[in-house]
Design a protein. Structure first.
Length: 126
């Protein structure tokens, strides 16, 4: 992006509470080459907020707000670019690390990313 190079990865994470896995979340980690910091965009599960957990409602990297069926595919480069643009607009300089609650920027990302045509026999995804 311009003279800067950014790297990203999408991951599914949990925290252990004894034998149980809790705090299920999808994470997009953004880094700027040559800078020590990072931006972590976190989508935690919760009432009406769905992240993949092996169930039928989402795919790897998919997050969904159940109230209005808004979905994002966090593996899509256009979605990651929109998250990066939002982080930069919020003042991320990648000198330090910060976390963004992904649900608070879901609508802005959705507006910035054109809808992807549905795969044969499937639903569309942003």
């Amino acid at each position: 992006m311009g003279p800067d190079t950014y790297r990203w990865r999408t991951a599914h994470q949990h925290r252990r509470d004894g034998r149980r896995l809790v705090d299920c979340r999808e994470v997009v980690l953004l880094r700027r080459e040559g800078r020590p910091g990072r931006v972590t965009v976190v989508f935690r599960d919760g009432p009406g907020l769905i992240v993949p957990d092996g169930g039928p409602y989402t795919h790897s990297g998919g997050v969904r707000r159940a109230g209005d069926d808004t979905t994002l595919n966090l593996h899509r480069p256009a979605v990651v670019r929109a998250l990066l643009d939002i982080a930069l607009a919020q003042g991320a300089d990648f000198e330090s690390s910060r976390e963004i609650d992904g649900w608070t920027v879901l609508d802005a990302v959705r507006e910035a990313v054109p809808e992807q045509p549905p795969p044969p026999g499937g639903e569309s995804s942003r």
